[in-house]
Ligand binder design. Structure first.
Ligand SMILES: [Zn+2]
Ligand SMILES: [Zn+2]
Length: 395
């Protein structure tokens, strides 16, 4: 596209802002849980069809793909948006609060979807100048990390064969207008841990006749943190949180078992492997010291989100030209996880972050019932994404 077209597009983004915000609010009002995004998928499909894209629906349940063929030669670029909400009862102090008491868009995926649909519509009207092919992908179930992999297995990266993948996450921890474009790992690997401690039940008044699994569990919880501080290099990063502990039925009964659940977050695969190996033996040896038995099971995990150096370099240039160098940084990696990692394992790509903090107010974090965003960030994201997909398709 020539300079005049680029200017037209900049003007168009301004014109589109009110509709994009209204679209985000509509998705927000009708939040749907992972794999239940039926209305959301319907609205997406309707809008893509109206824009003249080739639309595939019902991919792995509620996944949608819209393909836009440009008339000019170029690469095939996938632009991924996640569409699901969280099982949170929203604080009802805003007019667009979720009417579904079981679900709330507390992570910004409503915004991701509205940005992507606006992008698809703008570019569909400029097909004659558009290089390459754009694949707009709407992924269910990011929050349960179970939507991306099945969509890949269903063939969404073929026919057309995708060359590179882009996507963004709105983040309300840094200011609107700022974006983070970071090569290498940007979101952490997550592993989900299950520990069972097996003791010997009995009367609470006579612990010497029992093996108390609750005491053992307490030592395991406290002791595990020593692995992070004593066995991981101070220059590496790891976080271990035990989020659940279940045991016992009554104040004077020593139970037979205790169950713990937690998560481990890392960036470096060597650290991840080291900790997972050590945690298993550490847990069983601590239990052994108390005459109990304990075992650790890893109930699933997800790799870090790793941005490709070359594609990220391109997006960085796109961001600087779209937003100005002063608004683009490499930021810091986030300890959260995202199943965007599966797309980025298949093809080179870049997952960038767009700040959406409201100025001068105390923003509630992602996944909080009071989460919100500065909706002006949608236009910032659109401006960057528009430039980035065109640059990637031309590359
Ligand atoms: Zn989330
Ligand atoms: Zn999210």
């Amino acid at each position: 596209m020539n300079a005049k077209t680029a200017l037209d597009l900049a003007e168009e983004i301004g014109k589109r802002e009110p509709e994009m915000i209204e679209m985000r609010r509509d998705f927000h009002r009708h939040a749907e849980l992972s794999m239940q995004e039926h209305r959301t998928a319907e609205v997406i499909a309707e809008r893509l069809s109206a824009a003249g894209l080739e639309v595939r629906t019902g991919i792995c349940g509620t996944g949608v793909v819209g393909v836009l063929h440009g008339d000019q030669p170029g690469k095939t670029v996938m632009y991924r948006a996640d569409i699901d909400a969280l099982p949170i009862l929203e604080n009802k102090d805003r007019p667009y609060a979720s009417i579904n008491e079981e679900a709330m868009h507390a992570c910004g995926h409503d915004g991701h979807t509205a940005i992507s649909l606006t992008l698809a519509d703008i570019l569909s009207k400029r097909r004659s100048e558009l290089p390459g092919t754009l694949v707009f992908l709407y992924q269910p179930a990011e929050e349960t990390m179970s939507g991306a992999q099945p969509m890949i297995e269903a063939g969404v990266m073929e026919n057309p064969h995708v060359d590179s993948v882009l996507g963004l996450h709105l983040i309300n921890q840094f200011p609107t207008g700022q974006v983070v474009v970071r090569p290498g790992p940007g979101f952490a690997a997550a592993d989900f841990l299950r520990i069972e401690v097996r003791g010997k039940g009995g009367h609470g008044a006579m612990p010497h006749l029992s093996v108390d699994p609750i005491t053992v569990a307490a030592h395991i919880i406290v002791g595990m943190q020593d692995l992070i501080s004593r066995e991981v290099s101070a220059l590496e990063t790891a976080v271990l949180t035990m989020g659940q502990i279940h045991s016992g039925t009554k104040d004077n009964i020593i139970p037979e078992t205790a169950h713990l659940q937690g998560t481990l977050r890392t960036f470096n695969n060597d650290v991840r492997v080291q900790l997972l190996e050590r945690l298993g033996s550490y847990v069983s040896h601590i239990a052994g010291a108390y005459r109990a038995e304990a075992s650790l099971r890893v109930a699933g995990g997800i790799d870090p989100v790793v941005n490709d150096g070359h594609v990220t370099g391109l997006v960085h240039k796109s961001a600087v030209s779209a937003l100005g160098a002063q608004n683009v940084s490499e930021g810091k990696p986030l300890m959260g996880s995202d199943d965007m990692c599966y797309f980025l394992k298949e093809r080179p790509g870049c997952y960038y972050q767009v700040g959406c903090a409201l100025p001068d107010t105390k923003m509630m974090p992602h996944h909080h019932p009071g989460f919100d965003m500065d909706e002006r960030a949608l236009s910032v994201a659109l401006r960057l994404s528009l430039r980035a997909v065109l640059d990637a398709a031309r590359a």
